[in-house]
Design a protein around this ligand. Structure first.
Ligand SMILES: Cc1cc2nc3c(=O)[nH]c(=O)nc-3n(C[C@H](O)[C@H](O)[C@H](O)COP(=O)(O)OP(=O)(O)OC[C@H]3O[C@@H](n4cnc5c(N)ncnc54)[C@H](O)[C@@H]3O)c2cc1C
Length: 272
């Protein structure tokens, strides 16, 4: 078993705390995966108020003030894919996902990313292990349990390699400082340890987890839902997209039901 480093333990502890504190806005995905809808700005009323700027002075205080006419307008705007009113509502998700999922997610350029950096911290020492469902297509086990065991052993070796090599470098730095061959650290970042992290991170696999804050407007979020909850999206990002959709729907029930009514596409098939 891979021994998790201190930073990873802290993250795991924080996730447990967030899930306890905020069960309606958090979801666990697989063994180490996680997503939380941390914050939102605006609501269904924001969409109608901004859409009506040139047609009326009527302003709604919130979704509870909606009449049938307001609901019909919201449905019309969604069905006709009016763009900018949906850009006035914002979401911030935090998610912990394998790097290969992040590579797909980051292609959604109309959004803001803040990601964990291995330049400043050691990697998260947890990696994605596909469960039986992930390994099976139409009843055919594409990757067998034995292969999965070998896959896990290989990833453990790489993770252990990082920890051992980093420790070795840190010990050497400390020894050389002790003998005066390296200058003492003068506050701030240690340049030698920092360079060690920069070099060693190149060995880390895309199955390792990373940690992201993702801030996105509703128009772009809809595009993400459309593309990444589909059967054609890769299984792993789909799990995150379905969870993100479920969390959005929980926070904005009127918007979700109106969207599903207005949408020509199939509604996503629920949370993972
Ligand atoms: C099943 C699937 C397979 C994929 N395979 C690959 C792959 O093999 N390789 C790969 O690189 N990507 C791949 N992608 C990613 C895909 O090409 C898109 O980059 C990704 O889905 C983001 O979509 P987007 O550009 O609509 O989103 P965003 O980047 O968030 O853009 C949102 C919208 O803004 C507009 N927009 C954004 N930037 C521009 C621009 N520069 N010019 C004009 N309009 C713009 C477009 O209307 C766009 O739809 C795949 C995606 C899916 C869902």
């Amino acid at each position: 078993m891979l021994e998790t480093n201190e930073g990873t333990k802290e993250i795991a502890e924080e996730i447990r705390f967030r899930m306890q504190q905020n069960p309606d806005r958090t979801r666990q995905i697989g063994t180490f995966g996680f997503i939380e809808l941390e914050d939102t700005w605006g609501d269904e009323a924001t969409i109608l108020n901004t859409a009506r700027v040139s047609t009326s002075n009527r302003r709604l205080s919130g979704p509870e003030a909606f009449s049938d006419k307001d609901r019909a307008l919201l449905e019309h705007l969604l069905a006709e894919e009016h763009g900018t009113p949906f850009e006035t509502v914002w979401f911030r998700y935090r998610f912990i996902a394998p790097i290969f999922v992040l590579r797909q997610w980051v292609k959604h350029r109309i959004s803001t990313w803040n990601e964990f950096s291995m330049r400043y911290r050691k990697p998260i020492s947890a990696f994605y292990i596909p469960d039986e469902k992930a390994r099976t297509v139409d009843g055919f086990e594409v990757m067998t349990r034995e292969q999965t065991d070998r896959y896990s052993a290989l990833l453990e070796t790489v993770n252990r390699f990082y920890e051992e090599e980093y420790d070795t470098i840190c010990r050497r730095i400390d020894d050389l400082r002790h003998t005066g061959e390296l200058p003492p650290k003068d506050g701030g970042r240690d340049p030698y340890r920092a360079r060690a992290r920069e070099l060693l991170r190149s060995a880390m696999p895309v199955a390792n987890y990373s940690d992201v804050y993702w801030t996105v407007n509703f128009r772009s979020l809809l595009n993400f839902f459309n593309l990444r909850t589909k059967e054609t999206a890769q299984y792993e990002i789909r799990q995150y997209a379905l969870a993100a959709y479920d969390l959005f729907g929980h926070a904005f029930p009127l918007l979700r039901t109106t969207l599903e009514k207005a949408s020509k596409r199939q509604k996503p098939s629920g949370p993972p």
